[in-house]
Ligand binder design. Structure first.
Ligand code: IPD
Length: 297
């Protein structure tokens, strides 16, 4: 049993930084040599660097915490699939935003989540291209370490202006890797309804805009930071969201697996109501920053 979560947090932060160095050198190698290796399908990419980083992280964890369980994107793909239990468990995406990584679009990160008694408890997300380190320990707030500031910034960074309507919002959305015509059409329809001036939605108003950052973990961090008002996606996996969930909740955001759920319980304490198994493995996520009571659309 971990006695001191702050040690675990420090361990995870320094692990994220070392993984970040490998991600940066991988990016250099890919951009200089043009070497992109394996693919799951033509849009769901996995490179040798995803595997390298996961092995590094898994190895360091098993040296320091040999009894802890490990759920990781690449281990899961190769058949190593521990079920969520009460055991202390790391939940890691070695490179979240692999498509960005391959293209040199500087929004990719390592995402390290730690689950204790089935609850996401520590989250560390590091974007090595921008040297931005987001982290949170349950009950102790969420922070960002970023160049130019000697102290960590508490999230949200800005006193987020209260939203009176979704029409004032900047929303994170993703195209995802499921490109079946029926799926992508539904997504595109949602985007059109939000961004267009259709009379049926938001009374003819439209959201300020939509953003696709290409990394679930960075979407969560950016909502936590106050830079996006919400992020919604269907199809992510636990390692994409585990760390982000802790960071977002600690920054005062709402996180849930369905819009109905969010709306039904928005005045209550979401942490106690959430079925973590369902939230982590349900593959549907909404994270919304704390918003004014009038924003109910
Ligand atoms: C993906 C990214 C992407 C999201 C997908 C994720 P990966 O993770 O977070 O933004 O749309 O749902 O699976 O494959 O880059 O680790």
């Amino acid at each position: 049993t971990p006695k001191d979560f702050s040690d675990l947090l420090e361990f995870s932060k320094s692990l994220a930084k070392s993984a970040g160095e490998v991600i940066r050198s991988g990016s250099k190698a890919i951009l200089q040599d043009g070497a992109v290796d394996e693919k799951k399908n033509s849009v769901d990419l996995v490179t040798e660097w995803d595997v390298k980083v996961e092995n590094l992280v898994k190895g360091e964890i098993s040296k320091t915490y040999p009894d802890f369980k490990f759920i990781g994107e690449e281990s899961y793909s190769s058949g190593d699939r521990p079920t969520l239990s009460d055991d202390p468990t790391f939940c890691v995406d070695p490179i979240d935003g692999t498509t960005n990584f391959v293209h040199g679009f500087p929004f990719a990160c390592i995402s390290i989540g730690f689950i204790y008694k089935r609850q996401p408890t520590i989250g560390v997300i590091y974007n090595p291209f921008l040297d931005q380190l987001y982290y949170a320990l349950k009950g102790h707030g969420a922070f960002l370490e970023v160049p130019g500031y000697s102290n960590p910034l508490r999230l949200p960074i800005s006193k987020a202006r209260p939203l009176e309507s979704l029409s004032q919002a900047l929303l994170g959305v993703e195209w995802g890797s499921d490109r079946r015509a029926s799926v992508i059409q539904k997504k595109a329809n949602s985007f059109v309804r939000l961004a267009g001036d259709s009379k049926e939605v938001l009374g003819g108003k439209m959201v300020h805009s939509l953003r696709s950052m290409g990394s679930a973990a960075l979407n969560y961090s950016t909502v936590a930071q106050g830079g996006l008002d919400s992020y919604w996606e269907i199809g992510c996996w636990p390692w994409d969201v585990c760390a982000g969930i802790v960071i977002a909740l600690e920054a005062g955001c709402y996180v849930t697996g369905s819009k109905q759920y969010f709306l039904a319980h928005r005045d209550e304490e979401p942490l106690d109501l959430v079925d973590w198994d369902e939230l982590l493995w349900g593959r549907k996520y909404i994270v919304i920053r704390a918003i004014a009571d009038t924003a109910t659309e």
